[in-house]
Design a protein around this ligand. Structure first.
Ligand code: ZN
Ligand code: ZN
Length: 419
């Protein structure tokens, strides 16, 4: 029987990869311009890291993690997100020893055991950017500016920035209690999941997609009405810095984010590019995460972009399929040796050149060149070789010219690299 890929695990094919490489390249350029450095973290970590870092009472930890016991009986988990691992690496390698501020990004696959559906995979990819070690609201605005700049650069239009503040350890518990009391009185309107969330993590009810839950929570108290003085000050500063950067925003007090470790600034970016509203990405501040996993009191802020979703939003007319610049159609043994030598030289010059390996007729080689959408074809038949003048055919305008054998490489390079 033919072996197929696991459900929810996707191949990214050569015809799609150009878009992925473009997005990754743009992320690297933009982020490094903002002073970020790449970090690569393992895909496998101890389960405890995510249980403590993400929070036990989250969907991710409760039912979506790929966890298993290894041969030594350790519980390991394929990373469902990158932030906890990046924070672990920061502590483990004492990246704070020289300078507490670390601006890091990482690109790679994440794993969640979700029901596979269109655009949602069990192995999916994220671009993560995090700043550790700064509580200053200036950084909140800087990270948001970088995110929006990146999205514009990859070509996502009609963006809307939504922001909220989730409070801190000092003020959120009071809000949580208030919210719980409010929802307790209406618990009969909540779905089964939310009835459970009422006990474990009532803030998560905001994220529930069930209509009755949405209706119930619509009139709930707002987190921003419960902020302590410091949180209000922080939030006001964030808004001020966003305005200084020329960014418009919308206050969305219902955006609370699913993860336990978020504090203060939370943000989401939506795009109206495809008509309807599409959540592109989100992130926020998490000043409690480090204490959850390591005991140090280090603030952090960042965001994660789902690459599959981002790529689905990108214009399909962006062409990233690489076509050969030149196809060398050669006929007999001697011409084929010449074609082989020439192709190697072009490859060493970084020019994408193709030739036929199967000894096909000149006609069928021309058909192949056409199919590959080669820009030029060099015809090296018996006649051309004898005369020492191969024919260069421009496949776009169908013009042809003879090229002297002596300076073949130079002329080809000149023509191919000219436009
Ligand atoms: Zn507070
Ligand atoms: Zn619900």
């Amino acid at each position: 029987m033919e072996i197929k890929a696991i459900r929810g695990f996707n191949d990214i094919l050569p015809e799609e990869i150009g878009m992925w490489q473009f997005v990754e390249r743009t992320a690297r350029e933009v982020f490094e311009g903002f002073g970020f450095s790449e970090i690569r973290i393992p895909v496998l970590e101890r389960t405890e890291l995510f249980a403590r870092g993400i929070g036990e009472a989250t969907d991710i930890v409760e039912k979506e993690m790929y966890s298993f016991l290894d041969r030594s009986g350790h519980s390991l988990t394929l990373r469902p997100e990158a932030t906890a691992s990046m924070a672990r690496a920061y502590l483990e390698h004492q990246l704070h020893a020289f300078d507490p501020v670390a601006k890091l990004y990482s690109i790679g696959p994440m794993f969640r055991y979700e029901r596979p559906q269109k655009g949602r995979y069990r192995q999916f990819h994220q671009i993560d950017a995090e700043v550790f070690g700064v509580g200053n609201p200036m950084v909140d605005a800087e990270v948001i500016l970088m995110l929006l700049h990146f999205l514009k650069k990859v070509g996502i239009g009609r963006l809307e920035l939504q922001i909220n503040s989730l409070g801190c350890r000092a003020c959120r518990p009071r809000y949580r209690e208030e919210l719980k009391t409010f929802l307790m009185k209406r618990s009969f309107q909540l779905c089964e999941d939310c009835q459970r969330r009422l006990e474990t993590n009532p803030l998560r009810i905001f994220d529930c997609k069930v209509e009755t839950c949405q209706e119930t929570i619509a009139d709930a108290p707002k987190v921003t009405d419960f902020l302590c003085e410091e949180c209000i000050l922080h939030f006001n500063k964030v808004k001020e810095y966003l305005e200084m950067a020329g960014l418009d925003y919308i206050l969305n007090p219902k955006m609370v984010r699913g993860l336990d470790y978020y504090t203060r600034t939370a943000f989401e970016v939506v795009s109206y590019q495809l008509g309807s509203q599409n959540a592109v990405t989100g992130g926020g501040r998490y000043d409690n995460l480090f204490q959850e996993i390591g005991g140090l009191d280090i603030p952090g802020i960042g965001f994660a972009i789902g690459m599959e979703r981002l790529i689905a939003l990108l214009s399909k007319d962006k062409k990233f399929i690489p076509h050969p610049s030149l196809f060398i159609a050669a006929l007999n043994g001697e011409a084929q040796r010449e074609a082989y030598r020439l192709a190697n030289q072009l490859h060493l010059e970084g020019i994408r050149a193709e030739l036929d390996y199967e000894g096909k007729s000149l006609k069928s080689q021309m058909r192949k060149a056409d199919k590959l959408k080669a820009r030029f074809v060099l015809i090296l038949g018996e006649e051309e070789l004898k005369k020492g003048r191969p024919i260069l055919r421009n496949m776009e305008d169908k013009s042809q010219e003879e090229i002297p054998m002596e300076n073949l490489l130079g002329i080809l390079k000149d023509k191919i690299l000219r436009d």
